[in-house]
Design a protein around this ligand. Structure first.
Ligand code: C2E
Ligand code: CA
Length: 432
């Protein structure tokens, strides 16, 4: 007969724990309940063993088991799943806050030193938490996510952490599934471009929009570009996707209403393509296909992907010769030096959203934004701010001398037809 218990603590071992976790997960999913999994590691366990001997190490393990049992309710399960690692399944929790309470209770219990046979000891632990179904609806994934959360906590110097949202980080197997689905998404008509309005700050004139890619996956629903663009980059599909985005944006923008001045359409260019020698020819071909004198194409490329200036700068310079403008995206997060400014083949700097969103609360952000504006203007570049969500920020940006604004205040990314209506509407609703 296989053992299901850990000899020392009498708790379930990892294998038996996994089978109970599977049952709990199935139950939670069936009954539409939330459950939480806490994984608890003893900090510095090897040092405890080294300093006091294995017997004391064992006493520490038993002490921690006792405290975990005090945290657990009758419906919960405690297990020992590694040398110095325990797990606690919290069933039927209402939300993340409930599991947080359990973690805090454990920390409080462990604050009290315990009397081992040789010394009074305080046990310190790090906790990783994951919720079912929010973080995973399969036992192995849930465990991996909670164990991943411990690594995150340790890296961040925290005592406990939750697994990151599924929307921002995916499991390997989920990624693999995503790769398979993404191949062929264009052919199946699952990709689309949304457009986010941009206005001139001085008078709120409509300038055009940034084109942002969306993927409507039949099995996953709307998947954001922060998820699928990195997958496309890794699997060699990014060039195809970018050319599709470029052509779609130019085609849809060529149908925009005439405003008496050219409207700009900005397309994101992934860093990996910035130094590809055939890029200018591909851009020229798309421009030829969707020629429109009402449309100004802008290519956005992140500051951090432009560190390889020797290869990227000549390619971008050739693209500018086609009459295309270059915007340096997420500006302020990279490490640009002054020399870089002097030679940069660009027309616009786009201040990173993190500065804009903290403009009113963090004087450093305001100072950095001011500095970027001054520097950019000195070198003949315009400055755009993304992530403008409120009027106070808008006024501050105007005062600082920013030229272009984009953000939820004017509109979230919207379907092409909606953007068309926005361009036609009377005036931007805000006035100063
Ligand atoms: P980005 O270029 O920095 O795009 C701006 C992101 O900020 C967009 O997210 C947009 O929805 C969001 N945003 C805009 N205004 C606000 C605001 O006021 N508040 C807040 N909280 N957020 C705002 P989205 O569409 O999810 O795009 C994420 C990133 O994905 C983009 O960041 C861009 O780097 C990449 N991406 C999007 N479309 C494409 C594409 O066609 N090709 C490539 N290569 N990358 C793309
Ligand atoms: Ca962008």
């Amino acid at each position: 007969m296989t053992t299901i218990e850990d000899d020392l603590t009498g708790l379930r071992n990892r294998r038996s724990f996994l089978s109970i976790l599977r049952r709990c997960v199935v139950h939670a999913v069936d009954k539409h309940e939330n459950m939480a999994l806490l994984v608890v590691d003893i900090d510095g366990f090897a040092q405890i063993n080294g300093a006091y001997g294995y017997e004391i190490g064992d006493e520490v393990l038993v002490h921690l088991k006792d405290q975990l049992k005090r945290v657990a309710r009758v419906v919960d399960y405690v297990a020992r799943i590694g040398d110095n690692r325990f797990a606690l399944i919290l069933r039927g929790v209402m939300n993340a806050g409930h599991s947080e309470l359990a973690v805090q209770k454990l920390f409080r219990l462990l604050e009290v030193p315990f009397q081992s046979t040789v010394a009074k000891l305080k046990v310190s632990v790090t906790v990783g938490a994951a919720l079912c179904p929010a973080h995973a609806s399969q036992a192995e994934f849930l465990l991996r996510r909670a164990e991943g959360a411990i690594r995150r906590a340790r890296l961040g110097g925290l005592r406990h952490a939750f697994a990151p949202d599924t929307s921002t980080e995916l499991d390997l197997s989920e990624l693999w599934d995503l790769e398979l689905q993404l191949a062929g998404a264009i052919e199946r008509g699952e990709l689309m471009m949304h457009y986010q309005p941009q206005v001139r700050l001085s008078d709120l004139r409509r300038l055009g929009a940034e084109a942002l890619m969306r993927w409507k996956s039949p099995s996953r629903g709307m998947v954001g570009p922060n998820i699928f663009i990195p997958v496309a980059e890794r699997t060699g599909q990014i060039k195809k996707l970018t050319l599709w985005a470029l052509n779609t944006a130019l085609r849809q923008a060529s149908a925009w209403p005439a405003c008496g001045y050219p409207l700009s359409v900005s397309v994101n260019l992934p860093g990996s393509l910035a130094s590809q020698h055939d890029l200018p020819e591909l851009v020229a071909a798309a421009l030829n296909l969707w020629k429109s004198e009402h449309v100004q194409l802008v290519l956005e490329i992140t500051e951090s992907s432009l560190m390889d200036t020797t290869n990227a700068f000549p390619v971008l310079a050739r693209i500018r010769e086609l009459g295309v403008q270059i915007s340096i995206d997420d500006f302020g997060t990279g490490y640009s030096c002054l020399a870089y400014f002097k030679n940069i083949p660009a027309d616009e700097l786009k201040v990173d959203r993190s500065f804009v969103s903290s403009l009113l609360t963090d004087s450093n952000s305001a100072d950095i934004t001011q500095l970027i504006v001054d520097l950019a203007h000195r070198f003949g570049l315009r400055v755009a701010a993304e992530g403008v969500e409120d009027e106070m920020t808008l006024h501050t940006l105007k005062r600082i001398g920013c030229d272009v604004a984009q953000g939820y205040l004017f509109g979230k990314p919207m379907a092409a037809s909606e953007l068309h209506r926005w361009l036609l509407s009377e005036a931007v609703a805000l006035a100063d």
